[in-house]
Design a protein around this ligand. Structure first.
Ligand SMILES: [Zn+2]
Length: 125
């Protein structure tokens, strides 16, 4: 780092960064909990205690197979983001290593690619 900064400023920056990371970790953990619950619900879609539920039809089973797959991918993406956080790699693009903007991470904390890399590979944010 070329510029000389006061220890006080560095400490403030460190505190801010740590606070942002713990905010994002909480978001990720909330979403992981929700995604796992959704996956469990989709894997067992027929609820005999729900008066509005009916036994799954063939069409419903087909569409839910795709949703189970997507929910599984969501869980995996969130787990991967938490693992990157534990390894100190969270917040940088997995392709070009650019820092990911905080706004982007707040919207989608599991996203691990910058907008341009994600656009090039046509991944959904
Ligand atoms: Zn990138």
């Amino acid at each position: 780092m070329a510029e000389i900064r006061s220890p006080r400023l560095l400490m403030e920056e460190c505190r801010r960064y740590t606070a942002q990371l713990s905010e994002l970790r909480m978001l990720l953990e909330e979403r992981l909990h929700a995604a796992r619950a959704e996956l469990a619900r989709l894997r067992d879609p027929y609820d005999p205690y729900d008066p509005y539920d009916v036994a799954p039809s063939a069409a419903r089973t087909r569409s839910s197979a795709a949703r189970v797959r997507q929910a599984g991918l969501d869980v995996a993406a969130i787990e991967a983001a938490l693992e990157r956080m534990d390894r100190g790699l969270y917040g940088t693009c997995t392709r070009c290593e650019a820092f990911l903007p905080l706004d982007r991470l707040r919207l989608a904390p599991h996203v691990q690619q910058c907008a341009s890399c994600a656009g090039e590979t046509r991944l959904t944010a």
